[in-house]
Design a protein around this ligand. Structure first.
Ligand SMILES: [Ca+2]
Ligand SMILES: [Ca+2]
Ligand SMILES: [Ca+2]
Length: 214
């Protein structure tokens, strides 16, 4: 016997069978109070006595927290506060992520497109997780991996390690072109001390939905 059930059906079922927690095959259901439960989504058949349920396939599960955008299995946060590269990185880490690492043209394309909307003006650029502060000219991502030579999106004449404003030069990377960037090339090296907004990245989560029994 297969039956599709709704959250309401489940609430009735739970009351009769006094169920509080399920874990099975990537799916879990946890009662958080008498009338509230959280469902971690996944393809799942629940077997309990005579009941086989194909549970709650009535909508997508959010994979990112509020304020984070989902793309390609990752969650992205475009911060609104401006701070130095190091402080921006600390903020991203405090949120369970890090400054963004760009792993593909698709990821660069997504960010370039979103920044056109998010940026308020041309200089309103965003820190990304790329730096040559350890050794001039040796660009490393925040996870320690070297910059892939085939996956670079430097703007015209960048990086130039310009010393005009900061005698230490420019060792951190900001990105974004309000008007859009030809061939997605909108990376600029910049003094790490300059306050900028930033892009944080973290892995998506297994989707969760909360239900209330009424
Ligand atoms: Ca990435
Ligand atoms: Ca530099
Ligand atoms: Ca520069």
């Amino acid at each position: 016997m297969h039956r599709r059930v709704s959250a309401k059906d489940f609430c009735t079922f739970r009351t009769h069978h006094n169920i509080s927690v399920f874990h099975q095959g990537g799916f879990s259901l946890k009662l958080i109070s008498q009338n509230n439960f959280v469902l971690t989504c996944g393809d799942y058949f629940l077997r309990r006595d005579l009941l086989f349920c194909n549970l709650f396939k009535d909508g997508p599960c959010p994979k990112c927290e509020a304020g984070w955008e989902h793309h390609g299995g990752k969650c992205y946060n475009f911060t609104t506060n401006k701070s130095s590269w190091e402080e921006s990185r600390s903020f991203c880490q405090s949120q369970g992520g890090d400054l963004v690492k760009i792993d593909s043209s698709d990821e660069q394309s997504f960010l370039e497109r979103r920044l056109k909307d998010v940026m308020s003006e041309a200089e309103d650029k965003f820190w990304i997780g790329l730096t040559d502060s350890e050794e001039e000219g040796r660009w490393l991502w925040v996870d320690g991996s070297p910059l892939n030579e085939r996956l670079k999106f430097w703007n015209y004449k960048e990086p130039d390690n310009w010393t005009g404003k900061d005698p230490n030069g420019e060792d951190c990377v900001r990105m974004g072109e309000k008007v859009g960037a030809p061939d997605l090339k909108c990376w600029f090296d910049k003094s790490c001390k300059v306050p900028h907004k930033s892009i944080c990245e973290k892995p998506e989560k297994t989707g969760q939905r909360s239900y209330v029994c009424v």
